[in-house]
Design a protein around this ligand. Sequence first.
Ligand code: SF4
Ligand code: SF4
Length: 283
Amino acid sequence: MNKRELDNLILNTYNGLENNSFSTLGMPNKPMWEAPLIGVAAGDDNYFDFLKEHIGAFHWSPIDAFQLKYGKTSETTPANLRVVSIAFPQTMETKETQIAETLCPSKDWIVSRGEWEPLLKTFSGRLVSALESKGIRAVSIDLQPEFSVVRTGPLGLASTWSHRHYAHAAGLGTFGLSDGFITEKGKAVRFTSLIIETPVEITERQYTGPYDWCLYYKNGSCGKCINRCPIQAISFEGHDKNTCLDYEDYFAEHYWPEGLDRKDYILGCGLCQVGIPCQDKRP
Ligand code: SF4
Ligand code: SF4
């Protein structure tokens, strides 16, 4: 399989997602997520050894994750594998609703975040089946039962697989001051990752450092994301992850939008992902 065929398969799977819609808000024809950006990293990239030091020994390399599904005797090597990073941007319409907010994310933002897990399950399941039907072994990180979201390592809260660090490896962008990940379509994006066993071309990285696309790290300017945060969880020293996470419960309790069903949504504030120079593009 080449990169064009892989891209087509992913985009066709995205196009068939009938639950990519704001039907919860009574708008079934309005999509929640735009067509994804797609990057590919080699399965034996040296960067993955760095991630085990930087994030923690519990962090999976591609071969670790591959063998969770296919077993230790899967007769493959890291060099046979590719990491496919897939980034779904929020729509411009959703971002515009979010810009107007200063204390609580907009209804659209809450719903697109809240409906993300079932959507992702559908997308990942169909994509893995499509690859396997072509004889390509494939692992979706989000479908691996061992994937755990929260661990304590050198960085504090972390997961067994950092989608964003793998997105960086796969050429999709760099981190910014607020910890958000800046892509060619901006920072309001959500990620998933696949590991596939087929020699797809590697995506070239258009950067050398982990913060190259952030204006503050580039030339000391900007810092606009600092002003978007209602609780000062971002400063020129970086992002206070715990304060940020605590704010999810706070806004749900104090500022929840009228008429919106709370359901069992996982929440995300994201006020700092809009109204900034890296909202829609690499600034
Ligand atoms: S708003 Fe400015 S300082 Fe903040 S992440 Fe974006 S480019 Fe960097
Ligand atoms: S997500 Fe919200 S609370 Fe967290 S840093 Fe951004 S604006 Fe602040």
